[in-house]
Design a protein around this ligand. Structure first.
Ligand SMILES: [Zn+2]
Length: 113
């Protein structure tokens, strides 16, 4: 036992399932009751009626491989088009994740100042 052993996490018991492509039309359909959570301006929610948009990225383009139905995000037609025309992680990072982080900060700041 080395002196750093106690910081090590034993991952041998964790269940990392093999990722399997899910096909679930009912789940896809359920997205039509949602609103778009992308942000065209980088901070505000888009908020238009959404469809289920597969979160495709560079890895899927041209391989004929379809994105699994458990990797769907609510996007409106306009945001979905933008994402489809720019496949890659950049859309998700700049139009979904970063705006959410900014909104979280704004909301926290409003409650804590
Ligand atoms: Zn949108």
């Amino acid at each position: 036992m080395g002196k750093n052993t106690r910081y090590r996490i034993d991952k041998s018991h964790l269940m990392f399932g093999e990722s399997k492509r899910i096909v679930d039309p009912a789940w896809r359909k359920s997205f039509k009751d949602r609103t778009c959570t992308a942000s065209p301006n980088g901070i505000d929610l888009c908020g238009l009626p959404a469809v289920g948009a597969h979160m495709n990225d560079e890895g899927y383009s041209g391989t004929g491989q379809k994105v699994s139905d458990d990797e769907i995000w609510p996007l409106c037609a306009d945001c979905h088009r933008e994402q489809t025309e720019n496949p890659g992680t950049s859309f998700w990072y700049h139009k979904v994740l970063k705006p959410q982080a900014r909104r979280d900060y704004k909301s926290w700041k409003a409650r804590n100042s």
